[in-house]
Design a protein around this ligand. Sequence first.
Ligand SMILES: NC(=O)c1ccc[n+]([C@@H]2O[C@H](COP(=O)([O-])OP(=O)(O)OC[C@H]3O[C@@H](n4cnc5c(N)ncnc54)[C@H](OP(=O)(O)O)[C@@H]3O)[C@@H](O)[C@H]2O)c1
Length: 308
Amino acid sequence: MKVAITGATGFVGSRLVKRLQEQGHDSLVLTRDASKGRRVFPTSAFPRVQVVAYEPLQSGAWQDAIAGCDGVVNLAGAPISERWTPEHKQAMLNSRQIGTAKVVEAIANAEPKPNVLVNASAIGYYGTSETARFDETSAPVEDDFLSQVCRAWEAEAHKVKEAGVRLVILRFGIVLGMGGAIARMVPPFRLFAGGPIGSGRQWFSWIHREDLVSLILKALSEDTMAGIYNATTPHPVRMAELCHALGEVLNRPSWLPVPDFVLEALLGDGAKVVLEGQQVLPKRTEASGFTFQYPRVKAALQEILTDS
Ligand SMILES: NC(=O)c1ccc[n+]([C@@H]2O[C@H](COP(=O)([O-])OP(=O)(O)OC[C@H]3O[C@@H](n4cnc5c(N)ncnc54)[C@H](OP(=O)(O)O)[C@@H]3O)[C@@H](O)[C@H]2O)c1
C-alpha cells in the first residue's frame, strides 16, 4: 500500500507511519514543515517515507501527490490542549473543517483515486455526561464547541463519498501512549501523590495508541469497513479508577484529589476533556471483529509506563 497521511508528524501519525514502514508499506507524509517531517522520519530509518510540504488550508500542487495513493489518513488539526483563545478556537475549527475539505478536494481530483479516506474525529462529538452511555448511533449535542468542531470535521469528510471513495470515520477516545495525555497527567499526579482528577466520577473513554494504529490499518485494508466507528476500548473507566490504576503502576499512593485548577493550569481549556468526560462504547468497532490488544486500563498503563 501507499498511504498519504496528514498530521503524520504527531502523536498518533508518527506511530502509524512507523507501523506502515515495518509492514513494508509506503507513506506520503503531508506536513506544514518539510524539515520537521524529515527530522521525525529520517531517510536512514524511514526509506519508505516521502515527505511533501503542504498548506492545509490552500489548494495547491501538494494535492497532486495524492494521485496513485491507495488510501488517505487525515489526522491534522490544531491542538485541543492549548488555551482556547478566540484565535485558537478558530484554528481548531479551520484546520479540521477547511483542512478536510482540501483533502477531499485532492481525492476527488486524483487520477487514479485512492480507495479509502480514514478520517479522524473525536468522542467530543457526543458532548459530556456522567450518566449517559454513547455508541456510534448516539446524537451529538448542540451547544458544545468540541461537538461543533467534530460535526464540521465529519461533514466535510462525508463529501468524499460523492467521489465514489469509501469513508471510515474513527471517533478517537483519549489516546494513551508514551507522551500525549498521559505525559501531561503523570507530573501533577506525582506532585499531588495521585488521586482522582476533578470529582473522580467523570468517565474516561480511552484507547491504547497501538490499538488505534491497528484499527486505522484495518480501516485502510478492509473494504467492508465504512461509516462511523468509535476508537475507544470496550472498558471505559471512571477517573477515580484510572487514577487508582495509575497509582498502582507508578507505585504511588492514590488518595488526594488533583484540584481542577492545577489541571486547568497544565492543560488550558483542554482540561475540559478530562474534567468532564463521557462513557463511550465501541459497538460497531467490536461488531467489525476488531480485537483490542489492550482492552483494560491497568495493563495498558503498565505497558506504557514500564516501557519508558
Ligand atoms: N491524542 C488524543 O488523545 C486524541 C483524542 C481525540 C482526537 N484526537 C485527534 O486526532 C488527531 C491526531 O491526534 P494527535 O494526538 O496525533 O495530534 P497531534 O500530536 O497534536 O498532531 C497533529 C498534527 O497536526 C498538524 N497540525 C498541528 N496544528 C495544525 C494546524 N493549525 N493546522 C493544520 N495542521 C496542524 C501537525 O502536523 P504538521 O506540523 O506536520 O503539519 C501535528 O503533528 C488530531 O486531529 C486530534 O485532535 C486526538
